[in-house]
Design a protein around this ligand. Structure first.
Ligand code: GDP
Ligand code: MG
Length: 168
C-alpha cells in the first residue's frame, strides 16, 4: 500500500507560534524559548486519516518571515498550508491576507486552514470573533482556534488538512 506524504507549510508573522506548533505536534512538547534546530527544514509525523497512512512534513522557517525573505525552496511542492496569527497580535491578524496571497502566488490554490493561536490568552485578545470569521470566509478557508500552549485543537488542524488533501 502506498503511503501518502504531504508537505505542509506554516506561514504567518514572527511570534505567532508557528515553530511551537510544529514542535507540539511532532514532538509533543511546548517550551517557552524554542530554538530552531540548525539544519532541520521540517519535522514529520505520521497519522491515519480516512483509513490511509499519511506522513505529514511540517516545514518551519528560521525566522526569515520577519524580513520577508522566505525562499522559494520553502514553498516548493507544498500541498497544504497553515496560515497562523496570534490572538494578542493585531498586526499578525492584519497580515493574514497577504500571507494567503504569497502562498497562492508560489503554490497555487492549496488546502489552507486559518489558525487563530494563543486562545489561552483570550482575556488579552486584540481581535474580535466576528472579524476573524469574516476574514476566514473572505479567504475561503476553514478557521480553527488553537492554543499550542494548552494543546487545544492543534491535532485537528493537521487532520483537517490531510483529509482535504486526500479528497482532492
Ligand atoms: P514563531 O515565530 O511563529 O515560530 O513563534 P514561536 O513558536 O517562536 O512562538 C513565539 C512565542 O509565543 C514563544 O514564546 C512561544 O512560547 C509563545 N507561544 C506559542 N504558542 C502559544 C500559545 O498557544 N499560547 C501562549 N500563551 N504562548 C504561545
Ligand atoms: Mg519560528
Amino acid at each position: 500500500e502506498l503511503e501518502v506524504a504531504l508537505k505542509v507549510v506554516i506561514v504567518g508573522n514572527g511570534g505567532v507560534g508557528k515553530s511551537s506548533m510544529i514542535q507540539r505536534y511532532c514532538k509533543g512538547v511546548f517550551t517557552k524559548d524554542y530554538k530552531k534546530t540548525i539544519g532541520v527544514d521540517f519535522l514529520e509525523r505520521q497519522i491515519e486519516v480516512d483509513g490511509e497512512d499519511v506522513r505529514l512534513m511540517l516545514w518551519d522557517t528560521a525566522g526569515q518571515e520577519e524580513f520577508d525573505a522566505i525562499t522559494k525552496a520553502y514553498y516548493r511542492g507544498a500541498q497544504a498550508c497553515v496560515l497562523a496569527f496570534s490572538t494578542t497580535d493585531r498586526d499578525s491578524f492584519e497580515a493574514a491576507h497577504s500571507w494567503k496571497l504569497k502562498v497562492e502566488n508560489e503554490c497555487g490554490e492549496i488546502p489552507t486552514v486559518i489558525v487563530q493561536n494563543k486562545i489561552d490568552l483570550l482575556d488579552h485578545s486584540v481581535v474580535n470573533p466576528e472579524e476573524v470569521e469574516l476574514l476566514a470566509r473572505a479567504l475561503g478557508c476553514k478557521l480553527i482556534r488553537t492554543s499550542v500552549k494548552e494543546d487545544l485543537n492543534v491535532a485537528s488542524v493537521f487532520r483537517h488538512l490531510a483529509s482535504k488533501c486526500l479528497a482532492e
